[in-house]
Design a protein around this ligand. Structure first.
Ligand SMILES: *Cc1c(COP(=O)(O)O)cnc(C)c1O
Length: 397
């Protein structure tokens, strides 16, 4: 059994704050600051360029990838870190399309995160007018999987509502028509159990700064099913994806393994910070995280519906179809969220009217949920949100 009291003690949560936004940016692992400081002094400071060999910086992107692999049901040697998630979407989609060269259709849904769709639109402009991106309603994805489909590109858990696709079933259906799947795990990794190998997923990508707690701008990950690796041509063929970067050949030759999906120099300092988060994850079983996450979400939904009837549930009611977040619709949701934040309950807002709350068992417990609902009830019942300063929108909502 996972000891969640212990994991909670390993994060820094500011006094008086109930942090329900770990789905956007996880909190600071207490060990991160000193680990990064000593890396800077002992490795960057003392070793300089020799750190790549002596401190193992070169292996960091695959070592960290393997630690994340355990959390997403991926085979060892199938995950590598680097770049941002948006870049990894490009890489995965471009490589996936090349595996089905005779087909031209990419299928995604309206619940996908805009960046994934923007990246697809940009790539298709480069590839030419034959290619189409079909964006359908989330519950209609299944109906659009046919023998014209090249790539099914979905985010498993909807960032706005928490609705979860059935990865296993949709992947099986896509494979029946010989299409390739790209799964975005941005709101799955560290949030729900994922079984990439079991689902026979082809490509997967995700970020490490949300539920995984790697810190702002922490590097993304990419997974390629081992059966595809030899055939995958990296569209972003950088020198650190080359078979022998330090031969400085003038022609590109992809590395044998997942290293071919590395593009350029990896963010070593950020990876060191992420490692401290993974030290916490090493003590955790995803099944325990899921069980506690469902309990916390069910408690929150029941209490909010009982005490704040003007809020309506956006997330699926069935826990099996929901990730680790709960969203409620409220016409004055933006102002209400600002009023909550002013009182130490941190969630976030997604236009036009969605108040979003993330539940992260590593550092949130039942008492936090009940305390958050007390404050939410006060804000809604007494219209505490109805003040001009709560209507001012910052750059990040
Ligand atoms: C958070 C998120 C992103 C963000 O991409 P970055 O390149 O890390 O800024 C992309 N896609 C999805 C599905 C997300 O949830």
């Amino acid at each position: 059994m996972t000891d969640f009291t212990k994991t909670k003690s390993m994060f820094h949560i500011p006094d008086g704050m109930i942090y329900l936004d770990g789905n956007s940016l996880g909190p600071l692992p207490k060990a991160a600051a000193s680990k990064v400081a000593s890396m800077m002094q002992d490795e960057w400071g003392e070793m300089l360029i020799t750190g790549w060999n002596r401190a193992g910086w070169m292996e960091l992107s695959t070592c960290v990838g393997d630690r994340i692999a355990r959390l997403i049901g991926a085979e060892p040697g199938s995950v590598i870190m680097g770049d941002t998630l948006s870049i990894k979407v490009y890489q995965a989609l471009a490589s996936a399309l090349e595996l089905v060269p005779q087909r031209r259709v990419i299928l995604s849904d309206r619940g996908n995160f805009p960046s994934d769709l923007y990246i697809a639109q940009g790539l298709l402009q480069t590839l030419g007018p034959d290619y189409v991106l079909k964006v359908v309603e989330p519950d209609e994805v299944d109906d659009h999987i046919d023998d014209k489909l090249a790539v099914l590109m979905l985010t498993e858990v909807d960032y706005r509502s928490g609705r979860m696709h059935d990865m296993q079933a949709l992947t099986a259906k896509a494979h029946k028509v010989n299409a390739i799947t790209v799964w975005d795990l941005a709101h799955s990794a560290g949030a729900v159990p994922v079984d990439l190998a079991g689902a026979k997923a082809d490509f997967a990508i995700g970020c490490s700064y949300k539920y995984l707690n790697g810190g702002p701008g922490a590097p993304a990950f990419i997974y390629v099913a081992p059966r595809h690796l030899p055939d995958v041509r990296p569209a972003l063929s950088g020198w650190l994806g080359h078979e022998a970067p330090f031969d400085f050949d003038l022609d590109y030759r992809p590395a044998k393994g997942i290293e071919r999906m590395r593009v350029g120099t990896v963010p070593v300092i950020a990876l060191k910070a992420l490692e401290t988060a993974l030290d916490v994850w090493d003590q955790v079983e995803m099944a325990d995280v899921r069980a506690k996450s469902v309990d916390l979400c069910e408690l929150f939904i029941a209490e909010v519906e009982r005490r704040c009837p003007s809020l309506s549930l956006v997330s699926p009611r069935d826990a099996a179809r929901r990730g680790s977040q709960v969203s409620f619709r409220f016409a004055e949701g933006f102002a209400a969220m600002q009023a909550l934040i002013a009182r130490g309950v941190i969630g976030d807002f997604r236009a036009p009217d969605v108040m979003r709350f993330g539940f992260t068992p590593l550092y949130i417990d039942k008492a936090d949920v009940l305390a958050a609902v007390d404050i939410l009830e006060e804000v809604i019942t007494n219209r505490l949100w109805d003040r001009p300063e709560y209507r001012i929108r910052g750059k990040v909502t």
